[in-house]
Design a protein around this ligand. Structure first.
Ligand code: MOS
Length: 764
């Protein structure tokens, strides 16, 4: 691509990426804003309290909602006495199944293109109870305090039916194969059990991970109002278009009659989709004729918003004497409810991790009567890499091979179970650079060999990985003014990860503008596109749409430029953005400013809207982000207390668009991984299905004292087959991290803990 190379040499952004298989000329564009450390443009508003979150929209006549939850797992509401609540001060409405409006169940996430529902149960339509914590009454009052007080006056009794709330009971009742992404979570290549039996060296172990609850800093909330038959929802959302469509289905109105906005979100991690609270808020607003603010308490999030399923995993690896893998077995059981679509797919990373001759990868599902579980940062990979990467460490120890070298030894040259070529896989380089920087050579191969007073010190490592996705549905509108300001509109999301900032950079480079000449507007279901902030794919999805819209913009501008322009006669493919205008890629001296083009055409602005091309790149290539994770742990020999003293993530994630926001994404993922490793655990009473620790006092996440200096580096090698050369980076940080911790603890102590969280009792 000569034009691309030349354009890159002069810092010019070409506009020709469009079909999935075509390389993006921006890949070689090393100048401009992409890759630089621009601080979050939403940052100043947030620290000044000027960013309006879902629970901060003010409205005339606003009412406040409080919820009452069931205390049994299965059965029916026998009596429900709301008289005291109705008589309490400030109460506007008490809504129960007896008077809630007729509503259809939510379309269950992943079962239709724009489905966003966390479950597909009836919502307050009958007396049936499906999980312990299901909302049974909603109180609206003039203040939040009045609503909360009135909710304490609701008296309900229940008739319980036999329920399954114990994982062992559920397994005894029979499991079925999990399904994910339209296919069974079951993959067999060769006879892995036979290969394992014949292997010169093998390990075969059971690993387990507990339930996890979502704890985004901003609890779920929505401010809801009806305008006639049209519904407006100011939500905390990572799926505004999906939520609007799903709510229209629930209330039997047109998609265009629901308007969902979500300008700021205090973290999503997979949880900020559609749950029953938005539906109940809209129903109560309909009944009362008043706007409703519904904010879940922290306990409310635990009761109503699903989390990550528990898993029990068997990992068995067979290798020859030299460490080459012959068999990879990764099987096990996860817990799931009947009303959800996500069996924690813990085998996903194992499918592409290492070269081997035989594979046996199965996820079985045991069904419980409980809250639907859902997506949580790297669903599958976060906990699946714990099993796989601990097993690799155990195998390395048994073989007497360095764990980094064992991984490099088993590096595949194509995707080991799909056979596709890798679009861009430079994990070996990430391992080498990371090992060097971390000082891996100082690790003792013998466990429990290094001691500092009462503290045993060890190092561990693990591979992190997360797929590159790009979902269909991307679209963008660009409006360019004669003054040379571009506004991009796309129904995307800023949950704190730096989306708006990164795409200002991408757009500015594409159009040849400065960052302050670009506005990125998002978080509104009326904007173009149906883009999900999930699967670490939003950036690729937006980027592809921006590239396509810029192409349409250039086409329009060349028409407007006409025959008296210095650009006359050039095709859109031959032109890119430079210095506030368009220039010929091969001859950037041939240039006309946007002001000149629009001025001569007598136009104040030009607007284009374009869909992103379909994600064809995924058909041709195996595409993933990778990380080499290194941990140093200190374990107190007397108390068993584990302290992480150092952590390094060395990433191979394509081109990095913004060094600062990327580093924060990597660190945030790693911190969540430290919580997964050491403390996070939803305590679930197996007698009655009640979550027992629904608060941040009882459910532990890492606090500042738990988080060491985290070093993150990346090789910044662009993928030639993705928009901007980028891969996703939102989820990979949590993958591999728990295994790196557990492997470091083993190296420190000689104790192998295979059950998370790795609390001190397990080390005594
Ligand atoms: Mo993520 S769990 O795809 O928001």
């Amino acid at each position: 691509n000569n034009a691309g190379t030349l354009a890159a040499a002069v810092g010019l952004a070409a506009n020709s990426w469009g079909q999935g298989e075509r390389p993006d000329p921006l890949n070689r564009h090393k100048h401009g804003l992409v890759g630089t450390s621009i601080s979050r443009i939403d940052g100043p508003l947030k620290v000044q309290g000027k960013a309006t979150f879902a629970a901060e929209f003010l409205m005339e006549g606003l009412t406040y909602a409080s919820l009452v939850f069931s205390t049994i797992a299965k059965g029916r509401i026998a009596t429900l006495d709301a008289s005291a609540a109705e008589a309490a001060p400030g109460v506007v409405l008490v809504m129960t199944y007896k008077d809630a409006p007729l509503m259809k169940p939510m379309p269950l996430f992943m079962t239709a293109e724009k489905a966003a529902g966390g479950d597909n149960l009836p919502i307050m339509q009958d007396d049936q109870i499906h999980w312990n914590g299901q909302p049974i009454a909603l109180i609206l009052a003039e203040t939040q305090e009045q609503a909360d007080y009135a909710s304490s006056l609701i008296h309900a009794t229940f008739e319980a039916e036999p329920s399954v709330t114990d994982f062992e009971d559920a397994k005894r009742q029979g499991t079925k194969t999990g399904e994910f992404g339209g296919g069974p979570l079951k993959l067999d290549i060769g006879d892995a059990e036979a290969a394992l039996n014949q292997a010169a060296v093998s390990i075969d172990a059971e690993y387990s991970t507990p339930r996890h609850s979502h704890n985004a800093i901003e609890p779920h909330a929505a401010t809801v109002v009806w305008d006639g038959d049209s519904l407006v929802v100011h939500d905390a959302s990572q799926a505004v278009v999906h939520t609007a469509w799903s709510l229209s289905s629930v209330f039997g109105i047109d998609e265009g009659q629901v308007h969902v906005t979500s300008p700021y979100v205090g973290g999503g991690f997979g949880s900020k989709t559609l749950w029953q609270h938005q539906v109940l808020g809209a129903a109560a607003s309909k009944l009362s004729g008043r706007p409703v603010r519904i904010t879940l308490s922290r306990e409310g999030v635990y009761r109503m918003v699903g989390g990550r399923s528990q898993t029990e995993q068997r990992v068995a690896l067979g290798a020859d004497q030299d460490g080459h893998l012959k068999a990879i077995i990764h099987t096990g059981v996860v817990a799931m409810s009947r009303q959800n679509a996500l069996p924690e797919p813990f085998i996903l990373a194992t499918r592409g991790a290492y070269a081997a001759e035989s594979f046996k990868l199965h996820v079985e599902v045991a069904q419980l009567d409980m809250l639907a579980n859902t997506f949580m940062r790297a669903p599958g990979e976060a906990v699946g890499t714990f099993g796989l990467e601990c097993a690799m460490d155990e195998l390395a120890d048994k073989l007497g091979i360095d764990p980094v070298e064992l991984r490099i030894l088993n590096e595949p040259d194509k995707h080991p179970t799909e056979g596709k070529p890798f679009s861009s896989r430079n994990i070996v380089e990430a391992w080498r650079t990371g090992a060097q920087r971390f000082g891996w050579a100082k690790r003792s191969a013998k466990p429990a060999a290094i001691r500092d007073g009462d503290w045993l010190i060890g190092m561990g490592c693990a591979t992190g990985t997360y797929p590159y996705y790009r979902m269909p549905g991307g679209a963008a509108r660009i409006t360019l003014t004669r003054e040379g300001h571009a506004r991009v509109e796309i129904a995307a999301h800023e949950m704190g990860m730096g989306t708006a900032t990164a795409h200002v950079q991408v757009t500015a480079d594409r159009l040849g503008l400065t960052a302050d000449q670009v506005t990125f507007s998002y978080g509104d279901s009326k904007m173009p596109g149906a883009v999900l902030a999930g699967g670490s794919q939003q950036t690729a999805s937006i980027g592809a749409a921006i590239v396509a819209a810029q192409h349409a913009l250039v086409t329009q501008l060349l028409i407007l430029a006409g025959n008296s322009s210095p650009l006359a006669g050039l095709k859109p493919e031959e032109v890119g953005g430079l210095n506030g205008g368009l220039a010929e890629l091969a001859n950037p001296g041939r240039h006309e400013s946007y002001a000149s083009i629009l001025g001569r055409a007598g136009r104040d602005e030009v607007a284009v809207q374009q869909d992103a091309p379909p994600p064809l790149e995924l058909q041709n290539w195996s595409m993933h982000s990778y990380g080499a994770m290194f941990c140093e742990a200190r374990v107190n020999a007397i108390t068993g207390e584990t302290r992480i003293s150092r952590f390094l993530g060395s990433f191979d994630c394509g081109r990095i668009l913004n060094a600062k926001t990327a580093a924060s994404q990597f660190r945030g993922g790693i911190i969540m991984g430290l919580g997964l490793a050491l403390m996070e655990e939803t305590q679930f009473d197996s007698r009655n299905g009640r979550i027992m620790n629904p608060s941040l006092a009882d459910y532990h996440v890492p606090a500042h004292m738990d988080v060491p200096e985290i070093d993150v580096i990346w090789n910044d090698i662009p993928d030639p087959h993705t928009p901007m050369g980028a891969h996703g980076i939102g989820e990979i940080g949590i993958t591999g991290t728990a295994a790196a911790v557990a492997n470091a603890v083993f190296n420190a102590t000689g104790k192998r803990v295979r059950e998370l969280p790795l609390t001190l009792d397990k080390l005594m």
